[in-house]
Design a protein around this ligand. Structure first.
Ligand code: ATP
Ligand code: MG
Length: 566
C-alpha cells in the first residue's frame, strides 16, 4: 500500500484527533520519532466492515507517518477461537490492500512471558490467588454506587501465592476454582480497578498452543503486554475500552515496561445491519444466511462476494472519518462509495433479468450483425466489444406496457424505441397465451437507424437494453435487500431479539435470466454494470458453464439524493 492511496488529509488542520496526536508525538519526538500501531483481532469470527475502519486507521496511520503496523491475533480465549478465522482474517486484511510484512504475531506466543510478569507482580505483592467462585467475585465487586468488598484471600503471603499460581499452571485445580487477581483497590470508583482477574483456569485446547496451558490470561492483562512486547507506540481501540485504560496503564506501570499510549475512537455502526461477531455467528449458525460470506453479511468476505472492491471499502472508511462519539452511519453511504468506484471501473454489459421475447418480423431470418458496444464510457481505455443482434431478442418485461400511463416512455403498442447500439424498433403486435399473459411482441425494425440514430432526425423517448436470443447465455441472478427490516435491528418487542427483525425478502433469486455472450468467460468476483440495471458481480457458484451473478447495488444513488435535498 502506498501512502498516496490512503492520504485523506492535505493540511494539518484536517487531521482527525488521532492523527493529530500522532503528528504531535512525531514533532516532539515522544517515541523517538517512531510510529508503530497494530490491528489486534480476536480470531473468533470473520472480519466485518467495522473492523475495516480499525484496519484502515491503524495501517493508514502507519503508512502516512512512515511507521509500521502489526497484524496481531489476540488469541487468549481458546473456547471461541479457530484456525479458520485466523486464515480468513489474514486473507481479508491483505485483500483490503494492507501489508504487515514479517510482523504477523500471536498473543499466545507471549504466554510464557506474560506468566513471568504475573509472577513478578505476585512477588511485588500486587497480585494474589483468589479462591472465590466467579459468582462470588461478581458479588464482591460492588456496583457503580457501592464499593466492593475485599476477597478473604487477598492477604495471602507471596510464597503461598507463588506456590498456588504454579500449581494452577500445573493443572492441579479444576476450572473456575481459582483465579489470579491484581491487588488494586476494591473501593476504586472505576469497577475495572477492583482487583480484576488476570488469569482463569480453563482446561481447554488452544488452536495454537494445544494443551500446554490450562490457565489463560484475561483480555485486560494480556492486551497491554502484547502491545508492550511489540513496541507499539499508539494502541488504538474502540470507545468501550476507555474505562479500561487506567488498568492498561496500571499493569504497565507496575511492571515498568514499555508503555504505549492507548487512544479510543468511536466504533462504526451501520443502519440495517448488526456488527457484533456474536450476532453474526448466530446468523450463520442458525442459517439465516448461507455463511460468513453471504453477500448480505456486513463481513469483508460478504462484501467481497457481493461485489465491493477493496478501494470502495477503503474510501468509505476515509469518508466516515474518525471521532470520539458513537453514531450510526447510513448504509446508503456505503452503497454510494461502491457505486462511485464501480462507475469508474466496471465494464458495461447487457443482461435481461426478466426476459420478454421480441420477434423482428422484417429482419432477415438467420442474419446476425455484430454491433460495437462501448465497454466503459468513463474509461476510454476500456475499448469496445462486439454484441450480436438478430431476429429474435429479449428485452426486459417491465420495459413494455400494453396500456402505458402518461409518464411511461418505453415500449408500447405502436410506439418506437431505440435498442442500444442497434436500431429503432416499433411494436406492431402483442402475442398472448390462452390465459391472456403477454408471451411475445412482434416488432419491426428500421434498417435506416443502424447504430441507433434516424437519418431523418426523428426522436424516440427511450433506449432499451436487450440480448439476442440465439446467442444469449442463461444465468441466475441474486438480488439483495437489507438483511433487517429495521434501521436498528436491536429495536425489538419485549422478549424478542434482533432475529425478529430479519427481512424475509432479503434474497430474491431470478432464474432464466439472459446475458450477452461476452460473459461466457467471466470468473468469480468479476464486477460488471448491467446496463440500466445496476452493478453486479460474478458469484463463486459460477462454474462448469453455470453463471450466477449477485447484484451489488442498483444504479439509483439514494445517498447522493439525500445530500442534494439537504
Ligand atoms: P465484535 O464486537 O464485533 O465482536 P470485537 O471488538 O470483539 O468486535 P476484535 O476482534 O477484538 O473484535 O476487534 C479487533 C479490532 O477491531 C479492535 O481493535 C476493535 O476495537 C476493532 N473493532 C471491532 N469492531 C469495530 C467497529 N464496529 N468499528 C471500529 N472498530 C472495530
Ligand atoms: Mg474483542
Amino acid at each position: 500500500m502506498t501512502e498516496q492511496n490512503n492520504t485523506t488529509n492535505t493540511g494539518p488542520e484536517r487531521l482527525d484527533f488521532i492523527r493529530q496526536i500522532v503528528a504531535e508525538d512525531c514533532k516532539t519526538g515522544k517515541w523517538g520519532g517512531r510510529v508503530h500501531t497494530r490491528f489486534p483481532p480476536e480470531p473468533n469470527g470473520y472480519l466485518h466492515i467495522g473492523h475495516a475502519k480499525s484496519i484502515c486507521l491503524n495501517f493508514g496511520i502507519a503508512a502516512e507517518f512512515g511507521g509500521k503496523c502489526n497484524l496481531r491475533f489476540d488469541d487468549t480465549n481458546p473456547c471461541k477461537e479457530e484456525q479458520e478465522y485466523v486464515d480468513s482474517i489474514i486473507y481479508d486484511v491483505h485483500w483490503l490492500g494492507w501489508d504487515w510484512q514479517d510482523r504477523l504475531y500471536f498473543g499466545s506466543d507471549y504466554f510464557e512471558q506474560m506468566y513471568q510478569w504475573a509472577v513478578e507482580l505476585i512477588k511485588k505483592g500486587k497480585a494474589f490467588v483468589c479462591d472465590l467462585t466467579p459468582e462470588q467475585i461478581r458479588e464482591y465487586r460492588g456496583t457503580l454506587t457501592e464499593p466492593g468488598r475485599e476477597s478473604p484471600w487477598r492477604n495471602r503471603s507471596s510464597e503461598e501465592n507463588l506456590d498456588l499460581f504454579a500449581r494452577m499452571r500445573a493443572g492441579e485445580f479444576p476450572d473456575g476454582s481459582r483465579t489470579l487477581r491484581a491487588k488494586i483497590d476494591m473501593s476504586h470508583p472505576n469497577i475495572n480497578m477492583r482487583d480484576p482477574v488476570m488469569y482463569r483456569i480453563l482446561h481447554a485446547t488452544h488452536h495454537r498452543t494445544g494443551d500446554t496451558w490450562c490457565i489463560y490470561p484475561m483480555y485486560d492483562w494480556a492486551h497491554g503486554l502484547e502491545d508492550s512486547i511489540e513496541g507499539i507506540t499508539h494502541s488504538i481501540c474502540t470507545l468501550e475500552f476507555e474505562n479500561h485504560r487506567p488498568l492498561y496503564d496500571w499493569f504497565l506501570d507496575e511492571l515498568g515496561i514499555h508503555h504505549p499510549q492507548q487512544i479510543e475512537f468511536a466504533r462504526l455502526n451501520l443502519t440495517y445491519t448488526v456488527m457484533s461477531k456474536r450476532k453474526l455467528l448466530r446468523l450463520v449458525r442458525e442459517k439465516f444466511v448461507r455463511g460468513w460470506d453471504d453477500p448480505r453479511m456486513p463481513t469483508i468476505s460478504g462484501l467481497r462476494r457481493r461485489g465491493f472492491s477493496p478501494e470502495s471499502i477503503r474510501n468509505f472508511c476515509k469518508v466516515i472519518g474518525v471521532n470520539k462519539f458513537n453514531s450510526t452511519v447510513d448504509y446508503a453511504l456505503l452503497e454510494h462509495c461502491v457505486r462511485d468506484d464501480l462507475n469508474r471501473t466496471s465494464p458495461r454489459v447487457m443482461a435481461v433479468l426478466r426476459p420478454l421475447k421480441v420477434v423482428l418480423t422484417n429482419y432477415p431470418e438467420g442474419q446476425v450483425e455484430w454491433t460495437e458496444a462501448v465497454n466503459n464510457p468513463e474509461d476510454p481505455a476500456a475499448g469496445t466489444r462486439k454484441v450480436p443482434f438478430s431476429k429474435v431478442l429479449y428485452i426486459e418485461q417491465d420495459d413494455f406496457m400494453e396500456t402505458p400511463p402518461k409518464k411511461f416512455f418505453r415500449l408500447a403498442p405502436g410506439r418506437e424505441v431505440r435498442l442500444r447500439y442497434a436500431y429503432f424498433i416499433r411494436c406492431e403486435q402483442v402475442i398472448k397465451d390462452a390465459e391472456g399473459n403477454i408471451v411475445e411482441l412482434h416488432c419491426t425494425y428500421d434498417p435506416a437507424t443502424r447504430g441507433g440514430n434516424a437519418p431523418d432526425g426523428r426522436k424516440v423517448k427511450a433506449t432499451l437494453h436487450w440480448v439476442a436470443a440465439e446467442h444469449a447465455l442463461d444465468a441466475e441472478v441474486r438480488l439483495y435487500e437489507h438483511l433487517f427490516t429495521k434501521e436498528d435491528p436491536d429495536q425489538t418487542e419485549e422478549g424478542q431479539d434482533f432475529s425478529a427483525n430479519i427481512n424475509p425478502d432479503s434474497l430474491q433469486v431470478l432464474t432464466g435470466c439472459k446475458v450477452e455472450p461476452s460473459l461466457k468467460t467471466t470468473r468469480p468476483l468479476d464486477r460488471w454494470q448491467f446496463e440500466r440495471l445496476g452493478y453486479f458481480c460474478t458469484d463463486s457458484d459460477s462454474r462448469d458453464g453455470r453463471l450466477v451473478f449477485n447484484r451489488t447495488v442498483t444504479l439509483k444513488d439514494t445517498w447522493a439524493k439525500i445530500q442534494k435535498n439537504q
